[in-house]
Ligand binder design. Structure first.
Ligand code: NI
Ligand code: MN
Length: 225
């Protein structure tokens, strides 16, 4: 599979069979994304929670591409109420799709839609695609069960926030990597706004100090996983 990082929490995953997933596609209002919503396509849109910097341009993209939303029940119902196709899941549940497998995890955060509707619990996702596993934590504080998540699915990649203020900062994110033990940690959710400014190279050096690997992706960069 290929992973493209747009910045913030927005990523695109392309499975080897050509299926395209977007996670938290916040692009048009995102000052750091080099890509805008009319330039992307999506067979699936996965939302970790409903905050505007994650729901982002989902509806615009889904309207153009006919994407299927995959999210927790309450948020999936919200998407369906707007006329979109949505598959309801919930925390702890996994399911196979034509791109691979997705499992929802807990996240410690909030989740309300931009028009102020309760959208259920926030979540993270563990994806298993083309024989590789990737954990996108969503917005969350540090929690010890990240160790369990890494034990249940040995992780190739872990995408986790380092921007502080709303989520883990660097110190807690390093601990999260130590608990989940991914082969490669990738920092997200930083430098989009001044309130979440943080140094990904400092995070990388701290991860390396505990003997683990970190890759800092440029905004817009695409890599083969
Ligand atoms: Ni949030
Ligand atoms: Mn956020």
């Amino acid at each position: 599979m290929r992973l493209r990082y747009f910045s913030h929490s927005a990523v695109q995953i392309t499975a080897n069979n050509g299926k395209v997933l977007l996670i938290d596609p916040f692009l048009d209002g995102n000052p750091t994304s080099p890509v805008k919503s009319d330039e992307v396509k999506a067979d699936y849109i996965i939302l970790t929670h409903a905050h505007g910097d994650h729901l982002g341009d989902s509806f615009k993209i889904a309207e153009r591409c006919g994407s299927l939303f995959i999210c927790v029940n309450e948020l999936a119902n919200y998407c369906a109420s707007k006329g979109f196709n949505a598959h309801n899941m919930h925390i702890g549940g996994a399911r196979n799709f034509d791109f691979g497998r997705i499992k929802f995890t807990i996240a410690h955060h909030g989740s309300v839609t931009p028009d102020n509707q309760y959208a259920g619990e926030p979540a993270g996702v563990v994806l298993t695609i083309d024989g590789k596993s990737l954990y996108h934590t969503g917005d969350t504080g540090l929690f010890y069960d990240m160790k369990l998540i890494g034990e249940m699915t040995p992780l190739d990649y872990m995408l986790l926030p380092i921007g502080d203020n709303y989520t883990m900062g660097i110190e807690d994110a390093v601990k999260a990597v130590e608990l989940a033990k991914p082969k490669t940690a990738i920092p997200i959710h930083y430098n989009t706004f001044s309130v979440i400014e943080n140094d990904p190279e400092l995070f990388k050096s701290r991860v390396e100090k505990i003997g683990l690997t970190c890759k800092v992706l440029k905004f817009g960069e695409e890599i083969e996983l």
